[in-house]
Design a protein around this ligand. Structure first.
Ligand SMILES: Cc1cc2nc3c(=O)[nH]c(=O)nc-3n(C[C@H](O)[C@H](O)[C@H](O)COP(=O)(O)OP(=O)(O)OC[C@H]3O[C@@H](n4cnc5c(N)ncnc54)[C@H](O)[C@@H]3O)c2cc1C
Length: 396
């Protein structure tokens, strides 16, 4: 049996890009088919640290780079959504922290004083007085510098829940092997199901499938835009730890460690990225854990991690291909024959990316035509993606 349905726009991928774009499309009256090949909430999105960057991380070289400028407005845009007055109402999303800390070790103070006082940083951070230092910096054993940076950290599972619950009728989860596209009929998607074939015809398609964009483009017979993957070997530890959202600043332009926290089964998790994760690719989890232990004892030697358990998590950032595989400065979208391929490159860029997608539809004269039908009846069970600390099998 073949069932045919119409949707104005088919969106592939339910990470932050697909969820945000689909939500704003619905607001504008478009009917949407949101196709997901695994769990709702994405692969990178659920693994992200939830930091709504305003670019300070990219100013660590001491100058305001293109990346800093591109992302500078994002915290304000997100704050408006979180307070219910922005382009999307995210007032039910949990904010884990209103700010993050930047700390440096004693031996780097002299090198970094100039940097913290620099023009690029002065408006972004404030020094934290000794008596106001939070744990784990509220000890005389801490001899470094501590600064507060007003950039938010969000609870990603609650963000996914908030966005996905308004898209229940639009979301179809299907086995990736059963999602078929053809170059000769690019706007017609076929999903093979136990009961027969489902064909979804749309005016326009948006490829927001992260690393999955490559194979969708290949199915459509396209080699452009090209994609790059930049891996990260993240580290997690759990136990009696204070909640912490902080970057350890080293001599490098990248933070030495970026630590965010989550609660799991009454315990605090520290989820660690930064240079440790960038440089820990291609090594075993055991070696990466021992590097992380060394880094923590070098940067916060007074913190006792003796009774903690450790695990690692491999993640891939999917992005447009760049020269020398460098990090893209901004989000990416490319339009070709009523198909737009997107990579947000940062969670924080999702609102800006979605608004560019809407402008493109407007310029291409794509208007809402089809009434939204309930597509959930064609879906496998929609499961929400789980964060890495919930899926880690082996804690050591
Ligand atoms: C470890 C880590 C930490 C990060 N921390 C931050 C941070 O703190 N702040 C920040 O701003 N950014 C951060 N980022 C970057 C950010 O997470 C990503 O830029 C963003 O989540 C990408 O979203 P996405 O929707 O493009 O991709 P994804 O979240 O990967 O979602 C893509 C979705 O498409 C689905 N899919 C794949 N193939 C198909 C197909 N054929 N058909 C249908 N669906 C398909 C996948 O199953 C997935 O659900 C981090 C990234 C990583 C890896």
């Amino acid at each position: 049996m073949t069932i045919s349905v119409q949707a104005d726009i088919t969106v592939f991928g339910s990470g932050i890009a697909g969820l945000w774009i689909s939500s704003v499309l619905r607001q504008k009256g478009f009917s949407v088919a949101l196709i997901e090949s695994a769990s709702v909430g994405g692969i990178q999105t659920i693994a992200s640290q939830g930091i709504i960057h305003g670019g300070t991380k990219y100013a660590l070289s001491g100058t305001l780079s293109e990346a800093t400028r591109a992302i500078g407005d994002m915290p304000q845009l997100w704050r408006s959504c979180l307070s219910g007055t922005g382009p999307l109402d995210l007032s039910d999303v949990k904010i884990l922290s209103e700010y993050q800390f930047l700390w440096s070790t004693e031996n780097l103070i002299s090198q970094l004083t100039g940097f913290f006082a620099s023009k690029a940083m002065r408006s972004r951070i404030q020094a934290v007085a000794e008596e106001s230092r939070p744990a784990p910096f509220n000890t005389t054993k801490f001899k470094g510098n501590l600064y507060q940076l007003d950039e938010l950290v969000l609870d990603i599972p609650s963000l996914i829940k908030s966005l996905s619950r308004r898209l229940i009728e639009q979301t179809i989860t299907a086995d990736p092997a059963h999602i078929g596209l053809k170059p000769e009929t690019p706007h017609s998607l076929t999903i093979q199901q136990a009961s027969g074939r489902l064909i979804i015809d749309s005016q326009y398609m948006i490829l927001a499938a992260g690393a999955g964009n490559k194979s969708l483009l290949a199915q459509l017979g396209k080699t452009s835009p090209a994609m790059q993957l930049r891996p990260l070997h993240m580290v997690m530890l759990k136990g009696q730890l204070p909640e912490l959202y902080a970057h350890c600043i080293g001599a490098n332009a990248n933070p030495r460690l970026t630590i965010t926290s989550a609660k799991h089964r009454q315990q605090n998790i520290w989820y660690i990225g930064g240079q440790l994760a960038e440089s820990g690719v291609g090594i075993s989890p055991d070696v990466q854990i021992s590097r992380a232990k060394d880094e923590l004892s070098a940067t916060m030697p007074w913190v006792d991690t003796g009774k903690t358990e450790w695990a690692t998590f491999l993640a891939q950032r999917a992005e447009p291909k760049m020269k020398n595989r460098r990090r893209p400065d901004s989000y990416f979208l490319q339009h070709d024959n009523r198909i737009t391929t997107v990579w947000p490159t940062k969670l924080a860029f999702a609102p800006r990316l979605a608004s560019d997608v809407l402008s493109q539809l407007d310029q291409t004269n794509i208007r809402p035509k089809t009434t939204q039908s309930d597509l959930s009846i064609y879906s496998l069970e929609n499961k929400l993606a789980k964060p890495p600390w919930e899926t880690a099998i082996q804690w050591k």
